[in-house]
Write a protein that binds this ligand. Structure first.
Ligand code: GLY
Length: 582
């Protein structure tokens, strides 16, 4: 590990000085001078979905690890303490900024080699209920361990084993179960009764009690000792394949050995003088975010004077979201398998044309076509290290607790990510979104995602790291959170806590809003008068985690009160340089 050198401190000071000021972002954009600030060297922050994982990140950063080191340790810790979405058996995306450069790592699951386009349809071509959601056959080839290993190979400065140690300790010695986790486990146990082995693993878990997971600890120890081979080969792989055999799943030993995480060029665009660095396909999130933020700019006059979450405001957001979802369903899929027109879909001229459609609308009751000629769970955390390095990492099992299958003897859940494919054209998935040919199942293909781990940079320095779970509500939530900070001057905590709305084209003109916090009665009445059906969501969407640099150059966090997340800002060593440590 690197010592805190004077040079590093100076560099960090410069970094924070340049990265001054975020709130309100639009104030910067319209020319309000940034407040002067005294940059504080060696300050780091984490916003993570539970306290144990946030403390793991803090400890890694305090000891001089960089944001990627902290992210690896946090992701493994969440696999222990946040089993509804933290995982070894799933996949995800990581957007990072280290040493002044950005990168994007895709460790999304893939369809097994034996998967076929119609594997979830019956003889009559109808979707078999829950076939892509529950049980071994719903699992894609997991990518998380390969992803964390690849991130460490390229950016790690702390030995791999040391990054696994906190997770192993949490699994072996146990942690005190939060009431929210206990309740989610109770609900899922009822849901899966008699369908998977979920109850056998989770049966005794109770709020306020210490929960130890010795099988998971042994799996983590194998990964600590052998790197990704500790998961994709040998004992862990054997246990996964045995579970597949028992449950009729398709993931084979060859699929596991062959899994590769992929470094991809992140999607980049400019928004109000900031560079947005976010998820490219196979996520729809980055394209959607570019379209939403771009339409918002093109429609600036229409937004003038609209109050936050007023009927007029929600109406405009909904009309923009319709267009995004129309394009998503038609064009987006795994870029290694289909040609995704990313450049066209994010072209400012195209976005302006789509925005003009919104402006021209007389009402909401318009059919939107593609424009170029639950309690679902995922989880996200954000980290900024003491040297200005940053990570936004979103990973998932898809539905809460994935496919409900615990790998016997290995102590972890598998994903049901196959449901994110378009299992049949027009067939809504878990999140109610549809897809077409671009996202149909093929062996080795990655299923389309909505995950949107995002960094905003100003003058080359990260000023925001954010993301959230929520399936198809992910990018609409990221979008609204950015607007909350930029247009309404909310600090990160207020921005993540605010009620959010969501509209995804289908069902037509149906707007849902956060379970926790209703829209105002006058907003509801106004939207109903415009022809919308407005409903409280049947599931709580989002667990937004944000770190942002305020106008005084200080790090601030927002941890969504919908979940059990924690934001911490603390002194840390400004490490972040590769030491070659393994
Ligand atoms: N499984 C949710 C997503 O990837 O969007």
């Amino acid at each position: 590990m690197k010592a805190f050198t004077r040079r590093a401190a100076l560099a960090l000071g410069a970094a924070l000085a340049i990265g001054l000021g975020l709130f309100p972002v639009d104030a910067r954009a319209v020319g309000t001078p940034a407040a002067s600030a005294t940059p504080r060297a060696g300050i780091a922050a984490v916003a993570a979905p539970d306290r144990p994982s946030a403390e793991v990140a803090r400890d890694v950063l305090r000891r001089g690890g960089n944001a990627v080191d902290a992210a690896i340790a946090t992701a493994f810790a969440l696999a222990v303490t946040y089993p509804e979405a933290g995982n070894l058996g799933g996949g995800g995306f990581l957007t990072l900024h280290i040493d002044g450069k950005q990168a994007f790592l895709d460790f999304r699951e893939t369809a097994p080699a034996a998967a076929t386009r119609d594997m979830y349809l019956d003889a009559a071509g109808k979707a078999v209920p829950d076939a892509s959601l529950v049980g071994a056959r719903a699992a894609g080839v997991p990518g998380t361990v390969a992803g964390l290993w690849a991130a460490h190979q390229r950016y790690g400065t702390v030995p791999w084993k040391a990054l696994l140690a906190p997770a192993i300790r949490l699994a072996r010695e146990g942690f005190v179960v939060d009431a929210q986790l206990a309740e989610r486990i109770r609900e899922q146990t009822a849901e899966l009764a008699g369908r998977t082995n979920f109850a056998a693993h989770f049966g005794g878990v109770a709020a306020g009690q210490r929960w130890r997971q010795p099988e998971l600890a042994r799996t983590l120890e194998r990964i600590a000792a052998q790197g990704s081979d500790g998961f994709y080969r040998g004992r862990t792989a054997d246990l996964i394949v045995a579970e597949m055999r028992r449950g009729g799943g398709l993931v084979s030993a060859a699929d596991l050995v062959g899994y590769q995480a992929a470094w991809r060029e992140p999607l980049r665009f400019t928004w109000r003088g900031q560079e947005v660095v976010t998820a490219p396909p196979p996520s729809s999130g980055g394209i959607a975010l570019a379209q939403l933020l771009g339409m918002r700019e093109a429609l600036a006059p229409a937004f003038t004077g609209l109050a936050h979450n007023s009927a007029g405001y929600v109406h405009l957001l909904a009309e923009m979201m319709k267009r995004v979802f129309a394009d998503r369903a038609e064009y987006l899929g795994d870029p290694d398998f289909v040609s995704v027109p990313t450049t066209k879909l994010t072209d400012p001229a195209y976005i302006a044309r789509r925005a003009a459609e919104v402006r021209a609308l007389p009402s909401t009751l318009t059919t939107v076509r593609p424009g170029l000629e639950d309690s679902p769970q995922t989880t996200h955390f954000s980290i900024i290290d003491g040297a200005g390095g940053a990570v936004a990492l979103t990973y998932t099992l898809n539905g809460g607790f994935g496919n409900g299958v615990v790998v016997t003897g290995a102590g972890f859940l598998l994903n049901n990510e196959m449901d994110d494919f378009s299992t049949r054209p027009g067939q809504p998935n878990l999140y109610g979104v549809v897809g077409g040919r671009a996202n149909e199942i093929a062996p080795g293909k990655r299923m389309l995602s909505s995950m949107t781990p995002t960094l905003l940079l100003r003058d080359g320095r990260v000023v925001v790291s954010l993301g959230t779970p929520g399936g198809s509500t992910i990018f609409t939530g990221v979008f609204q959170t950015l607007l909350n900070m930029a247009d309404f001057g909310m600090d990160p905590q207020a921005a993540v806590a605010a009620s959010r709305m969501h509209h995804q084209l289908l069902p037509p003109d149906r707007i849902v809003y956060s379970q926790c916090c209703a829209l105002a009665p006058e907003t509801l009445a106004g939207l109903q008068a415009l022809g919308y059906k407005v409903e409280r969501s049947g599931w709580e969407f989002g667990d937004m985690m944000v770190i942002a640099v305020d106008a005084a150059g200080r790090l601030q966090t927002g941890a969504d009160p919908r979940g059990r997340g924690v934001g911490l800002v603390f002194e840390a060593m400004p490490s972040g340089r590769r030491s070659g440590a393994r």
